[in-house]
Design a protein around this ligand. Structure first.
Ligand SMILES: [Zn+2]
Length: 317
């Protein structure tokens, strides 16, 4: 098959009316496969394991999983939500995350088709999902992944501007970059001030620097839609805290304190204290008469608010 043939086949898939359903189906399959992989990466990283080894296995009976069992969403449904070998329940978060990213890509594909704008959003959404999961599991946002996401947002949107149908000049690219960085900077500043205010006024641990850096990414991605996204994120976090929704990692203040102490020891031995980022949590719930205090990571809600806003914007007529 020649390059021209591949190009014309791609154009037919990406633009023809007949392949519309196929495009949406492909977007769902792509999203669910990527969500499955991203979940695996986040859980392995949180557990301090490698990505390739050990191979995928049941977390209960440790038997390796077959290809059928590994299928995103369908694997969970076919097994009735239980391991085929030992009948231990498989957490519902797997099919929910897989179907969730699949449906988000279907919505974006419906709005934009398989265009450059759609394709550049795919890695960004995967990285945001990874950040949300790793924050939920470890109460920490790794700087390197946050900055990588920012680079992907800036590069992706620049490519979309340069290859877009209307504008493609250097001036339009520079103005796009300027407005993205301004929105990102203002969002980060806003989150920093809110975090500081929460610490001073409410005497509770506010947003950490990890959330502030994530704000830079969300501002650059959403630009003028970021206030709506932040409002939604705050509502979702508040609702989850009030309802006492179970956090799957079962994070507690004690667990966090133990982890921070361990981190301080490691940093101390390296001769540098990097505990500024350790103060990364939001919404401590202190119930009177109880000594336990749960800490809710704010990052997952920031990402959830961002994803909902992105989908709403794409589907808006
Ligand atoms: Zn099993």
């Amino acid at each position: 098959m020649t390059v021209e043939q591949i190009a014309s086949l791609w154009t037919f898939f990406a633009t023809a009316q007949e392949t519309h359903a196929l495009r949406l189906g492909a977007a769902f399959v792509l999203g669910s496969i990527l969500a499955s992989f991203v979940t695996l990466c986040a859980e392995r990283r949180a557990a301090g394991q490698g990505i390739v080894r050990p191979g995928s296995c049941c977390s209960h009976c440790h038997q390796p999983l077959s290809v059928l069992q590994l299928l995103p969403v369908a694997g969970w449904l076919l097994q009735g939500g239980r391991c085929a070998l030992c009948r231990a329940p498989i957490p519902w978060r797997y099919p929910v995350l897989e179907a969730g990213l699949g449906l988000i890509l279907v919505a974006l594909c419906q709005a934009w088709g398989w265009t450059t704008a759609f394709l550049v959003h795919v890695p960004v959404l995967c990285l945001l999902l990874f950040l949300a999961l790793i924050d939920w599991l470890t109460l920490r946002l790794p700087d390197r992944i946050t900055y990588l996401t920012l680079v992907c947002v800036l590069a992706g949107k620049s490519v979309a501007v340069l290859t877009g149908p209307a504008t493609g000049t250097l001036a339009s690219l520079l103005s796009q970059l300027f407005s993205m960085l301004t929105a990102g900077g203002l969002t980060a500043l806003f989150l920093f001030l809110v975090g500081r205010m929460a610490r001073q006024r409410l005497n509770r641990e506010g947003m950490g620097l990890g959330d502030v850096k994530l704000g830079l990414v969300l501002g650059a991605l959403l630009e003028d839609l970021v206030p709506a996204s932040l409002a939604l994120a705050s509502l979702l976090a508040l609702a989850a805290t009030r309802l006492g929704l179970p956090c799957w990692a079962g994070q507690t203040r004690e667990a966090k304190a133990a982890r921070d102490a361990e981190q301080a020891q490691v940093s101390g031995s390296l001769g540098q204290g990097r505990n500024a980022d350790a103060a990364h949590a939001f919404g401590q719930v202190r119930e009177s008469g109880q000594s336990t205090t749960s800490v809710v990571a704010f990052g997952p809600y920031l990402v959830l608010g961002c994803l909902c806003t992105l989908v709403a914007q794409a589907l808006m007529p």
